[in-house]
Ligand binder design. Structure first.
Ligand code: COA
Length: 377
């Protein structure tokens, strides 16, 4: 690898501000801190609707009737069961040290799935959390409980990742709020990856595998586990400022802070904090909520002193860590739960990209050496 030459880093290196698609799926308004998903504010969608309803909205452009919602519950349940039945043949693919590697390999090995594009979408959306739960169970040398094909998706997902006991409704609703909140978010790195792969007319399960790879990185969906590690390392609100200052002095980024698009607080933080408060009101502790708020305040002050021209506020990962911890998901599975929600958005983008039919193929500027002039003959 040629690491000796530093290439210039420009805004275009990160495609800042470049529009690569027209989409019906979501709008991220970074100045006002709004996220609109297929015509609905994220607060409304996550506050009032099930994961099934939100997925139906992305896949069809409208909220479902009660019958359609129940039908999707059954199809997602069939997807969870199909992934469960496929586990013996996926054991090799899932034997990876990191859950996101296992998810990517597992979904690629699953292949396209049966039936119409709608049935395939339900199949992959049902499968992803089962693969994550199977990876976790295998690490603990436990058997994965059989999915309940009739249960509401979020309820069964929480049951599977927590080892089989049916979760209390408030906890299942907390996870569902999370899955809906992260279901789609503009042209983020994993969605763009999925669209690039889909634009080559590759098969959807391989576009999902690529998207999972993009989501695994700490600058995208890999941050909530490290956020929880950070909260544990800080330990108490009065220790936050000194701990964070030392991180910045060491040249490290503060996980859960900053965003490419948002110049104000990520609206998803508000939704997830509200979900955490509702858990508290239902009698479930959210042990790290107050600490996270103290860390956020200290980090905001330090970052605005360090980068006065760049507004760096809390992003979704800070609140994700608090909420997923409170509903009983292990931290190794945080990014996998992100994938379990976002998969519905990826599939909607894959379908939208396919409709455009256009290969995504940008260009690079060559700044390397040219061959020496041909010697005269
Ligand atoms: N901690 C410390 N400094 C940060 C920071 C953070 N969380 N986020 C951005 N910065 C700094 C950058 O280092 C850069 O400083 P410099 O100009 O001195 O080099 C400056 O702020 C501007 O950063 P920018 O290029 O605008 O950020 P970006 O758009 O490339 O990055 C993130 C966005 C999300 C990748 C970035 O904020 C980050 O790394 N956050 C932490 C990881 C995280 O929470 N990921 C989950 C994202 S949802």
């Amino acid at each position: 690898m040629n690491t000796a030459i530093n290439l210039p880093v420009s805004r275009s290196s990160g495609l800042d501000g470049v529009v690569v698609a027209d989409t019906l799926l979501s709008l991220v308004d970074g100045e006002r801190g709004r996220l609109i998903i297929a015509g609905h504010e994220v607060e409304e969608l996550a506050g009032r609707y099930s994961f099934e309803a939100a997925a139906h909205l992305l896949w069809t452009g409208r909220l479902p009737s009660p019958e359609e919602e129940a039908g999707l519950t059954v199809r997602l349940g069939a997807g969870r069961l199909a992934a469960y039945e496929a586990l013996p043949r996926l054991a090799g693919a899932l034997a990876q040290p990191q859950v996101m590697g296992a998810l990517a390999a597992g979904v690629a090995a699953l292949g396209p799935g049966p039936g119409s594009p709608e049935e395939q979408a339900a199949y992959h959306t049902g499968a992803i959390p089962v693969l994550a739960a199977a990876w976790s169970a295998a690490r603990c040398r436990q058997a994965l409980p059989r999915p309940d094909g009739e249960a509401r998706h979020a309820t069964d997902v929480l049951r599977l990742v927590r080892g089989g006991a049916r979760p209390e409704p408030a906890l299942a609703r907390g996870l569902e709020r999370y899955l809906v909140t992260v279901i789609d978010h503009g042209m983020n790195a994993s969605t763009f990856t999925a669209r690039v792969i889909a634009s080559t007319q590759a098969e959807a399960s391989l576009a999902l595998a690529g998207a999972i790879g993009a989501l695994s990185g700490p600058l995208h969906g890999g941050a909530p586990g490290p956020v929880l590690d950070m909260l544990d390392a800080i330990g108490a609100p009065d220790k936050a400022a000194a701990w964070l200052a030392a991180e910045l002095a060491a040249g490290r980024r503060i996980m859960g802070m900053g965003h490419r698009i948002y110049r104000v607080r990520d609206p998803r933080v508000v939704v997830l904090e509200r979900a955490a408060r509702e858990l508290e009101a239902a009698g479930h502790g959210t042990p790290r909520l107050e600490l996270a708020k103290a860390v956020e305040a200290a980090a905001e002050a330090l970052l605005s002193a360090k980068n006065p021209d760049r507004s760096l506020k809390a992003n979704v990962e800070l609140a994700t860590a608090v909420l997923l911890d409170a509903v009983g998901v292990q931290r190794e599975l945080f990014s996998a739960m992100f994938a379990a929600g976002r998969v519905a958005g990826w599939l909607a983008h894959i379908a939208e990209q396919r409709r455009s039919g256009r290969l995504i193929r940008p260009e690079s500027r060559y700044v390397g050496p040219m061959p020496s002039a041909m010697p005269p003959a």
